[in-house]
Design a protein around this ligand. Structure first.
Ligand code: SAH
Length: 495
């Protein structure tokens, strides 16, 4: 079956729609195999039984069409125009229905959508997150101001039509920014977060925390990661880039079960912690996610896991400087991959196994190259399709320390000698596009990125056509896109 989507051309989000699902999996397998061939053999790409409507997180931008009717949807590829989307092939259908209701309710409450140029109106975006196994639903109304007339009645009317909604949060974004969510939040109904069950543990998800968008495939992904780690229960494990702690808590739960079975009669979990035999350390940069992670550990009665809010590279550097050791490192960095500080310190902590979970095959290949130089060998690789219809795919890789003389490695790859060229250019163009789209819903072109790179004094790659002279008639990057691109540069440490 091939897929039909009326928004396909304008939206551009699902670039494998022209292929049936078996073909899509084959394309992903071929791409991964080609990229990762220097490091090992990829087993397979695990697909979905039903590859539609899997996205548990749905974002819609609100505006009006030329006739003044309220529409909501996504930004048209390469522009700042909104494509009205009623039903999307990959989004959760309940979420789409709730967004349609909000569109319908706004005029009856005389509520206006935000006008970016005039900076008037109230409703900017709606973000919906649905929990696959508990059915809980969070609606985040992103507004330009706290002045929300008939707020309570609006909430009542929305709940009347959708009693399945479990929480409604008002997020205030009054800045001229292309970021979707602002800093201030107020819970209008329910707890302000939702809970989902994944691999047997319960997770709390707040509006801003990262949570994998495809829950069915995430369970498969995490189970593969745990299987690859081959835990015995008494290891020191690191969950780097841990988000709300999903992988670490799943591993910790698994370890607790194993070590309980192996614990001498009369021993308690406290004895185990005192003996320092077995535990997980999670590290994550986003403080909201860390709060969620700590709450999640408590919620699941975990006593063998601790979380730290820090840059993963800096954290590993500190651990290495303290002479600490780890047995297993799970690492699940964003699409831009890991960094030099992290990878060199991982090698110093000398874990026997590294389980690398990646959503960016290019950066995965780059980082595997670095780990290979430091004596790690790929044992197994498998792809898991978390993003049907799109070209994206997750990969889980098990690396182990080969039988290499560790002293020799230290001499050969000391920090001073290290080849930093892999990291010098910061993020790639696709990574920047991805970041901007993920955080603002805007699509930006290579041309715009290169224009802003030049403005920031960053070297521009050879591949991108620069205007031959400054006055040539190239479209100029609009201010909101410039802001979004600069935010991405900041995120990737390029400025
Ligand atoms: N393992 C989690 C999250 C993976 S997404 C899960 O499966 O749900 C990647 C996470 O890395 C995000 O939560 C992001 O906030 C975090 N992150 C990005 N850069 C980081 C850095 N330099 N140090 C630590 N965490 C970082």
């Amino acid at each position: 079956m091939k897929y039909n989507c009326p928004y396909d051309k304008k939206c551009g989000g699902c670039n494998l729609l022209a292929h049936d699902y078996t073909e899509q999996l084959q394309i992903k397998k071929d791409t991964l195999r080609k990229l990762l061939a220097p490091y090992g053999k990829l087993d397979e790409v695990i697909g979905m039984e039903d590859p539609l409507h899997y996205r548990n997180k749905v974002h819609a931008v609100f505006t009006t069409d030329r006739k003044g009717n309220i529409i909501s949807g996504v930004y048209e590829e390469g522009t700042h125009k909104v494509v009205a989307v009623d039903n999307c092939l990959i989004e959760n259908e309940k979420a789409d229905a709730i967004i349609a209701t909000i569109r319908k309710l706004l005029p009856s409450f005389k509520l206006k959508v935000y006008d970016e140029d005039r900076r008037t109106g109230l409703f900017r975006h709606v973000l919906i997150r649905t929990a696959h196994s508990t059915g809980q639903i969070m609606v985040v109304l992103v507004l330009a101001s706290t002045m929300f007339p008939s707020k309570n009645n609006f909430v009542k009317a929305l709940l009347k039509e959708h009693p399945e909604i479990t929480t409604i949060v008002m997020n205030i974004n009054d800045k001229r920014t292309s970021m979707v969510l602002g800093d201030r939040e107020q819970t209008l109904y329910g707890k302000g977060y939702i809970e989902d069950v994944l691999c047997g543990s319960t997770f709390r998800i707040s509006p801003k925390s990262f949570y994998q968008v495809n829950s069915v495939q995430t369970e498969i992904l995490y189970n593969k990661a745990i299987e690859f780690a081959g835990l015995k229960g008494n290891e020191t494990v690191i969950d780097a880039y841990c988000g709300i702690g999903t992988i670490g808590i799943t591993a910790a739960a698994h370890m607790a079960k194993l070590s309980k079975a192996a614990m001498p009669d009369g021993w308690t979990a406290d004895n185990r912690m005192l003996k320092n035999s077995g535990g997980v350390i999670g590290v994550e940069l986003n403080s909201d996610a860390v709060k969620d992670a700590i709450a999640n550990a408590k919620r699941n009665n975990m006593d063998n896991i601790r979380f730290y809010c820090d840059d993963a590279g800096k954290f590993m550097t500190k651990m290495a400087a303290n002479g600490q050791h780890a047995d297993v490192v799970f690492m699940d960095p964003p699409r831009s991959g890991s960094d030099e500080a992290f990878l060199s310190c991982v090698a110093k902590l000398a874990p026997k196994k590294i389980v690398y979970i990646s959503c960016g095959p290019d950066t995965l290949a780059r980082d595997l190259g670095v780990l290979k130089k430091r004596g790690y060998k790929v044992e197994k690789m498998v792809g898991v399709d978390l993003f049907p219809m799109t070209q994206h795919v997750e990969t889980v890789v098990l690396l182990s320390k080969g039988e290499v003389d560790s002293k020799k490695i230290r001499v050969e790859f000391s920090l001073e000698d290290m080849d930093m060229s892999e990291f010098q250019d910061g993020a790639t163009y696709p990574q920047i596009k991805e970041y901007v789209l993920e955080h603002t819903g805007l699509k930006v072109s290579n041309l715009y990125i290169s224009q802003i790179k030049r403005k920031c004094g960053i070297g521009v790659g050879k591949n991108y056509n620069l205007p031959k002279s400054e006055d040539s008639r190239q479209p100029q990057c609009p201010p909101e896109k410039e802001k979004a691109i600069r935010e991405a540069f900041k995120y990737f440490g390029m400025i």
